[in-house]
Design a protein around this ligand. Sequence first.
Ligand code: 2AM
Length: 178
Amino acid sequence: MPRRLFVALWPDAKVRRELAMLQARSEMRAASGRTVPAKNIHMTLRFLGDVDASQQRALEARLAEFVFEPVTLTLDRVGYWPRSGILWLGLRKTPRSFNIAAQRLSTELRALGFRADGRGFKAHVTLARDAGPAKHFVFNPVTWHARDLVLAASERLPQGARYTVLVRSGTAKIDCIR
Ligand code: 2AM
């Protein structure tokens, strides 16, 4: 059975807590919608869609070898996409090294036959779905020392999405160090 896969940055517990605090702000709650549970929060780098078992194995092997240099992301901007009803947190300024890493990832994925959808990458963390726009408010930016790039599977269950991390980047075993 094919699985719905995506590549994402996975926050640590501290960042998840801070993002949950932001979601709990009255200005955010007033935008209603379905708040993404803290355990599910991530930054999608590439949605891959349905992937069969052999493609999944190839992806896992590539991702395990992929070296993602940690990057500090300053999440300082709340945004809203009316068409999709997504309330998100993003960056005013994307570090150059992060854009370069995203491009390298894209090259790796292309080599495996996964082409970008052409819409371009908009770095964001979805905080709520089926939401309305949030009123303007002042908040402390969330500083995220991102280091976990993962391949994850998504299952749509009646109780909501369930995400499973399949592999983290840079985890390939080095059998022999010269
Ligand atoms: P989002 O936070 O930007 O909405 C796993 O399903 C993740 O992949 C979701 O969190 C979503 O990221 C992204 N995703 C799901 N379906 C998608 C689609 N059809 N196109 C692009 N990204 C999608």
